[in-house]
Design a protein around this ligand. Structure first.
Ligand code: RUB
Length: 314
């Protein structure tokens, strides 16, 4: 692997690059960088080098199907185009990177449009962590002069809420930050009308994997009857869950939480994500429209142009 790609892997692990879509975009770019820098002579040799690089990239964040799906897409395009030599191989990779990134731009614009329509002018939205997709929706509400107020959690232990806060304040929104455990109180006190979070993984049952703490907020929203939305590109769908495989929850360095040496004997756990069951989710905001959790699979089949196998069952 070239040093630039090694650095990218480290940056993703250390969360200098964070948020599922940014991780996926960067991984695709890294794969192309590796292809362009190759000294391989045969296409087969380059393919096996890239498979190794892809494994390394995919292992950087275990709870990220969008990362794995984007790498899979790159290989599917290589397979489809059957490059006859290294030059053609490189051209395909460069072209596919452009296509992939352009499509992601189109998706996020569509999600921003659908999401912004769903938010009532003058209302208050509660968000958690930092999602580029959620920020895009809220920026769009600002362009539409919707005068939306935002409550954002700080998001322990890595404080991604600060990124959200900075980006939204810069976009001109009225933003208030609270500690994570104040979310329940804020829903009522601040008369929140919409809870809006991103997505790391969506399963075949429509369950959502997102930043740790999301499920507690979803439960509170359910209890207080406040609609709970997740803004999720269909690339967040994990096909492995169709066959019953559980999404892995990334467990990060305990030192992000606290220096355990200060209290000898103390144990610390640091799970990065949790699961919110479909029944607590009002809808997913996807690039193909707003759908209830049960509808995500049909959308995925639709987008990928795959016939839903259940349609043929009698
Ligand atoms: C970020 C997070 C985000 C999703 C979606 O977690 O949970 O809600 O990744 O983000 P982390 P996006 O900071 O650990 O990566 O909308 O940008 O894909």
């Amino acid at each position: 692997m070239i040093p630039e790609v090694e650095k990218i892997c480290n940056d993703i692990r250390a969360m200098r690059i964070q948020g599922a879509r940014e991780v996926a975009k960067t991984a695709f770019r890294a794969l192309n960088m590796e292809a362009q820098a190759t000294e391989a002579v045969h296409t087969q040799e380059l393919l096996s080098d890239l498979l190794e690089t892809a494994d390394e990239l995919a292992s950087t964040r275990p709870t990220e199907p969008m990362l794995r799906n984007s790498l899979r897409y790159a290989f599917s395009q290589i397979k489809k185009n059957k490059p006859s030599d290294i030059i053609e191989f490189k051209e395909i990779m460069a072209h596919e990177e452009k296509v992939f990134l352009k499509n992601l731009d189109l998706s996020i614009s569509a999600i921003a449009e659908y999401g912004a329509k769903e938010i009532r002018p003058g209302s208050t939205v509660l968000v958690h962590c930092h999602s580029h997709t959620v920020v895009a929706i809220l920026r769009r509400t600002q362009e539409l002069d919707k005068d939306v107020r935002v409550i954002c959690t700080e998001t322990r232990p890595r404080y991604q809420g600060r990124i959200t806060a900075r980006e939204l304040v810069e976009a001109g929104l009225d933003v208030t930050m609270v500690v994570d455990s104040a979310a329940r109180l804020m829903l009522e006190q601040e008369k929140v009308e919409t809870v809006l979070v991103g997505a790391d993984a969506v399963t075949s049952r429509g369950d959502l994997f997102n930043k740790i703490g999301t499920s507690m907020i979803a439960l509170s929203a359910y209890e207080t009857q406040i609609p709970f939305y997740s803004a999720a590109e269909l690339y967040k769908f994990d096909p492995a869950t169709l066959w019953g495989q559980m999404e892995k929850i990334e467990e990060r360095d305990p030192a992000e939480v606290f220096n355990a040496n200060e209290i000898p004997g103390l144990k610390i756990r640091n799970p990065a994500f949790d699961v919110t069951l479909a029944k607590y989710i009002t809808a997913y905001i996807t690039e193909m429209g707003i759908v209830p959790p049960q509808g995500v699979i049909s959308m995925v089949y639709n987008k990928m142009g795959i016939e839903n196998p259940m349609n043929n069952k009698r």
